[in-house]
Design a protein around this ligand. Structure first.
Ligand code: FEO
Length: 396
């Protein structure tokens, strides 16, 4: 059923509880919503569409709101196919629809769908009256693609924000945050941001600064609830992550083949707790999905990574994690490392060079265990590493 968010603005998005992996990469244990909105006025405006698999349900909702009236305009805030892949069907059902986008959007519209007719190009800051309401367009490139923009309705103080302020997690009946239990969405927001948008911290910060002066009563993003009651928390979570600020906790991530590196990780985690760090999260890279590890790396300012040496290199799943952290340009982590080897130690060297590349430096003395570590007090070395990281996290 279509939900009226505020007079004349309707939610016509859909929930996807079937797709296992978002972007065929990131697990969706609570599903995801593809949000689309209708503004009913002298001209009827659709904001974005939905993933085409859900087209039938989507167009039923559109019809429920508009009856036999047409969709006059489609505003494309974002061209990623989870929001744009129903455009061809929209044009089939509403052949006179005019499609609004900026120059980059329209180039993509041609590139993805060969659509070049009935388009209206808008520039940053331009407005379009649709009757009682006005659409104003604010370009916000790289939040999350180059063409991304937001559309603001000053009369209703509604911001259609594209991917910004979105989260994983399908909707549970109602749409507006004050009508539902939103507790499940906070962790999923961290995971959504760190997985999908995490590389683009600076553009997200710029967008928040650019739109910060607008009076906003509703944020309507492309995924997750409509934010009304929790706007300041949501903006804070996003700006916190965009600046790569972590909370005062430590993530310990390790790879381990036979339990030696895992044992070191457990000693370190325990010593961190003893040193007064309450939030300690332990991840085995072979068990925890990468999306959760990245979420916690964005969430906490301490990071300790451990790995065995494997075939003359670092344990491959840890290398994969390093690559994902590097891709996202995570800044300012208090970093420690440890590892193990059987005859030639490489893992700790790789972790040290990774930390230098990230401009984090290495806190404490890295611990590297040979074989079973017999005759050496590895536990004491691990505890010393944990204490160094704990102190640095408290001071950071
Ligand atoms: Fe949900 Fe960047 O698309």
């Amino acid at each position: 059923m279509a939900n009226e968010i505020v007079k004349g603005i309707f939610y016509v998005g859909v929930d996807d509880r079937q797709t296992e992996l978002f972007e065929n990469l990131w697990p969706l244990p609570f599903g995801v919503s593809y949000n689309s909105y209708i503004i009913k006025d002298n001209k009827n405006v659709l904001i974005d569409t939905v993933e085409h698999t859900y087209g039938e349900e989507f167009f039923c909702k559109v019809k429920e709101v508009l009856g036999e009236s047409p969709v006059d305009y489609l505003v494309i805030n974002h061209m990623e196919p989870d929001h744009s892949s129903s455009i061809i069907e929209l044009k089939r059902r509403y052949p006179d629809v005019k499609i609004i986008g900026n120059a980059k959007t329209l180039a993509m519209l041609n590139g993805f769908y060969a659509v070049t007719d009935n388009v209206v190009e808008v520039k940053d800051g331009e407005s379009l009256s649709i009757g009682e309401n006005t659409l104003t367009f604010h370009l916000t490139p790289m939040v999350h693609w180059p063409e991304t923009q937001m559309t603001y309705l000053p009369e209703k103080k509604v911001l259609f924000s594209g991917d910004a302020f979105g989260t994983f997690g399908a909707l549970n009946g109602k749409v507006v945050d004050e009508e539902i239990d939103v507790s499940q969405y906070w962790d999923e927001m961290y995971r959504y941001y760190s997985n999908i948008v995490g590389k683009y911290g600076m553009p997200v910060e710029k967008a928040i600064a650019k739109l910060g002066c607008l009076p906003i009563e509703y944020i309507c993003s492309t995924h997750g609830p409509v934010w009304k009651k929790h706007i300041s928390e949501v903006v804070n979570v996003y700006s916190h992550m965009a600046r790569y600020e972590g909370n005062s906790g430590v993530v310990v991530v390790y790879g381990s083949m036979y339990g030696h590196t895992a044992g070191m990780a457990k000693t370190i985690a325990e010593a961190l707790t003893d040193a007064g760090i309450k939030d300690v999260v332990l991840h085995d890279v072979s068990k925890s999905d990468m999306s959760y590890i990245l979420r916690d790396i964005f969430k906490y300012k301490g990071l300790i990574i451990g790995a065995p040496t494997y075939s003359g290199d670092i344990f491959p799943k840890v290398e994969a994690l390093l690559s994902q952290i590097t891709l996202r340009g995570v800044k300012g982590r208090v970093f420690g490392c440890f590892g193990s080897f059987s005859w030639a130690g490489v893992a700790v060297k790789r972790l040290t060079s990774f930390a230098e590349h990230m401009k984090w430096g290495v806190t404490g003395t890295p611990v590297e265990m040979k074989q079973g570590g017999t005759g050496v007090d590895i536990k004491a070395a691990c505890k010393a590493l944990a204490i160094s990281v704990a102190e640095a996290v408290k001071e950071a």
